[in-house]
Write a protein that binds this ligand. Structure first.
Ligand SMILES: [Zn+2]
Ligand SMILES: [Zn+2]
Ligand SMILES: [Zn+2]
Ligand SMILES: [Zn+2]
Length: 574
C-alpha cells in the first residue's frame, strides 16, 4: 500500500487526504484519485438529484399531462412514466458515434437532451403521483427517496413505513408523525434518534420505551414525563394537564423538552453494531469511514450517504445499495449490481460507467435510458471486441481533451458530471437541503438556479386562526388555503392527513410542508465529522480526570452540547 497523499481540491482549494486504503480502492476500479475534496464531491453529486421538487408538464410522446421532476423549460424530452417503461419507443434510436473532436461530457449532454426520460423515477407504485425516487409503495403524497410503504405523506427516506406523516429517515414504523431517524416504532410523534418506542411524544435517543413524553436517553421505560417516572394513573393525569392535544400544549411541551435536551449528555454518534467505522446514524457497518445514514451490511465503504444493505467496497454514493459492490460517485444506484462508476439511477447493471437511468445492462459507457443491453457506448451497439478496443481510446481522449467548465475546473476521466450540465437548479436538488447556498453563491460556484414560480394560491386562512385542538375543527378545514406561520405561503391540509391527526388528537400544523421538512432537517447534525476528545470529567473506572477517548463526531467543536464517548455515555445514561 502506498503513502498518504495530501491533495488540494480543484473546487474549494482546501486540502484533503487520500489514505493508503483509498489508493487501493481507486486502483481496484482503475480510476485516478479524485481532484475534488469529499465535501465538494458530495455537493456536485447531490446537485444532480432533484428528489422533492415537482412540476406539471406534458408527455413528449402522448401529450398527456404529467407530474415530473424536470421543469417544462429544461429542454429535455420527458415521457409519462408508464410510456417510458413501455416498448413504444427505443432508446437505441438516438445512438451516436463517439466524436473525438469534442469533449466527452459535451457529447453526453447532447445525448441527454435527445433520449427521453421518465417523468419520475418511481417503480411499482400505486396512487403515488406526487412522489419521486419511490418504490413498492401505495397511496403516498409528497414522498421522496422512500421504499416500501403505504399511506404516507410529506416523508423523505421512509423505508417500510405505514400510515406515517411528516417523517425524515423513519424505518419499519407505523402511525408515526414528525419523526427524524426513528426505527421500528409506532404512534411516536415529534421524536428523534429512537428505536422500538410506542405511544410516545418528544423523545430523543430513547429505546424500547412506551408511554413517555419529553424524555431523553431512556432505555425500556414507561410512564415517564421529562425523564421523571410516574404511576400509570398519575401519568394520565399529567397528560391532561399538559393539554398535549392542543397546539399551545404541544408548543409548551416542546419548549420544556428542548430545555431538557440542552442539558443532556450526547453520544458522539449513533452507531449500532458498527465496527471500526466512523460516521453517524448507522447500523451493521464495518470497516467504513465517513458514512451517514447507512442501514446494514456495509463493508469497506467511504463517503456513503443514505445507503441500504448490502454495500461493499464502495465510495461516494447517495441513496445506494440493495446489493452492490465497487460503486463509485453515484446516486440512486446499485440493486444487484457491481462496478457502477459515475452512475445516476442505474439498477442491476454490471460495469456501467457514466450512465443515467439504465437498468439490467452489462458493459455500458455513457448510456442513457437503456434496458437489458450490453456493450453500448452513447446508446450505440458494439461487439464485445469493438467495445473493448474503443473504451481505452475514449478514456485517453477524455484525458487529452477534458471538459472545462465556466469556472475553469477540469473534468477528465474519473470526475463526476459537471454540475453546470445538470438540468436542475441547485435549489431544486438534495444539495440545497444539505448544503444550502444563496442564488448569488450558486452562480459564483457555477451551479444552475431555478427561479421559483409565483404561488398558485394566496392564503385565505391564517394559521394562527386554526383551532387550538383538532377536536374543535372539522373536515372543512381541508378546503382552506392556510398561510404558513413561517413563510406565509398557502398550504392545504389533505384529507388523509386530517383524518390521521384527528384520530390521534394531534393539533393541525401551522407550517407548510416545506417549512416542516426544513425544520426536521435542522434537528440533524451535518454530514461532516470532527476529531474530538470525550468531554467527560466524571469518576469512571476507565479514567481519572478527563476521559482520554477520542472519536470522530458530527458535533462541531464550537457546539454547546456535552459530547461523550460510548463508554462514558453508557455509564451516565443507560
Ligand atoms: Zn473542495
Ligand atoms: Zn412555509
Ligand atoms: Zn469518555
Ligand atoms: Zn467518563
Amino acid at each position: 500500500m502506498g503513502e498518504t497523499e495530501i491533495k488540494t481540491c480543484q473546487n474549494c482549494k482546501s486540502e484533503f487526504t487520500i489514505e493508503p486504503e483509498d489508493f487501493a480502492f481507486y486502483e481496484k476500479i482503475q480510476v485516478p484519485t479524485p481532484t475534488f475534496c469529499p465535501d465538494c464531491r458530495m455537493q456536485r453529486r447531490f446537485a444532480w438529484r432533484n428528489e422533492r421538487i415537482l412540476h406539471y408538464s406534458v408527455c413528449a410522446k402522448t401529450d398527456k399531462k404529467i407530474i415530473t421532476g424536470f421543469a417544462p423549460d429544461s429542454g429535455l424530452k420527458v415521457y409519462d412514466r408508464d410510456v417510458w417503461w413501455s416498448d413504444a419507443w427505443d432508446p437505441m434510436d438516438w445512438g451516436a458515434d463517439y466524436d473525438f473532436s469534442k469533449p466527452f461530457f459535451k457529447q453526453w449532454r447532447e445525448l441527454f437532451e435527445q433520449v427521453p426520460h421518465p417523468a419520475v423515477f418511481n417503480t411499482q407504485t400505486v396512487n403515488c403521483d406526487y412522489t419521486q425516487y419511490t418504490g413498492n409503495m401505495k397511496d403516498a403524497y409528497l414522498v421522496s427517496a422512500s421504499w416500501g410503504g403505504e399511506n404516507l405523506a410529506y416523508a423523505s427516506r421512509a423505508q417500510f413505513c405505514r400510515d406515517t406523516f411528516d417523517a425524515f429517515a423513519v424505518y419499519d414504523s407505523e402511525l408515526c408523525y414528525e419523526d427524524v431517524n426513528v426505527f421500528k416504532s409506532s404512534r411516536t410523534y415529534f421524536s428523534q434518534n429512537c428505536e422500538s418506542c410506542v405511544d410516545c411524544i418528544f423523545l430523543y435517543d430513547c429505546r424500547g420505551c412506551t408511554n413517555c413524553i419529553g424524555c431523553t436517553g431512556l432505555r425500556n421505560k414507561s410512564y415517564c414525563i421529562f425523564n421523571k417516572p410516574y404511576s400509570k394513573e398519575d401519568y394520565q393525569k399529567q397528560i391532561s394537564e399538559l393539554k398535549i392535544n392542543t397546539y399551545t400544549g404541544i408548543c409548551e411541551a416542546r419548549k420544556r423538552f428542548e430545555m431538557l435536551k440542552r442539558g443532556q449528555i450526547r453520544k458522539y454518534a449513533t452507531l449500532i453494531k458498527c465496527e471500526r467505522s466512523t460516521g453517524d446514524n448507522m447500523q451493521n457497518v464495518a470497516d467504513s469511514k465517513n458514512c451517514f445514514d447507512v442501514l446494514g451490511d456495509a463493508r469497506n465503504c467511504r463517503f456513503i450517504q443514505n445507503g441500504t444493505k448490502i454495500i461493499t467496497d464502495s465510495y461516494d454514493g447517495y441513496g445506494v445499495g440493495a446489493g452492490v459492490d465497487l460503486l463509485y460517485e453515484a446516486f440512486d444506484s446499485g440493486v444487484d449490481g457491481s462496478r457502477q462508476l459515475f452512475c445516476m439511477t442505474v439498477y442491476g447493471c454490471h460495469n456501467a460507467t457514466y450512465c443515467f437511468n439504465c437498468h439490467g445492462c452489462n458493459n455500458i459507457f455513457g448510456c442513457i435510458g437503456l434496458r437489458n443491453k450490453e456493450y453500448c457506448i452513447f446508446n450505440k451497439q458494439y461487439t464485445k471486441e469493438e467495445y473493448e478496443t474503443l473504451i481505452p481510446k475514449i478514456i485517453q481522449h477524455m484525458n487529452e481533451m477534458p471538459y472545462i467548465d465556466k469556472n475553469g475546473r477540469v473534468y477528465k476521466y474519473g470526475e463526476f458530471f459537471p454540475a453546470e450540465l445538470c438540468p436542475f437548479g441547485y435549489n431544486e436538488t438534495a444539495a440545497q437541503d444539505f448544503m444550502p447556498i444563496t442564488k448569488e453563491a450558486s452562480q459564483t460556484m457555477g451551479f444552475n438556479w431555478l427561479e421559483p414560480k409565483p404561488p398558485e394560491h394566496q392564503p385565505n386562512f391564517l394559521a394562527q386562526n386554526l383551532p387550538d385542538a383538532i377536536d374543535d375543527s372539522n373536515i372543512e378545514i381541508t378546503k382552506e388555503n392556510i398561510g404558513c406561520l413561517n413563510c406565509g405561503k398557502a398550504f392545504r391540509i389533505i384529507s388523509k392527513e386530517y383524518q390521521f391527526l384527528k384520530q390521534f388528537h394531534l393539533p393541525l400544523p401551522r407550517l407548510c410542508p416545506e417549512c416542516r421538512h426544513q425544520a426536521r432537517l435542522k434537528l440533524r447534525n451535518p454530514m461532516k465529522l470532527w476529531h474530538r476528545q470525550c468531554m467527560c470529567d466524571k469518576q469512571h473506572p476507565h479514567h481519572t480526570g478527563r476521559c482520554p477517548n477520542e472519536f470522530e463526531t458530527s458535533y462541531a467543536p464550537e457546539r454547546p452540547e456535552i459530547v461523550y464517548c460510548e463508554s462514558c455515555y453508557q455509564k451516565e445514561v443507560y
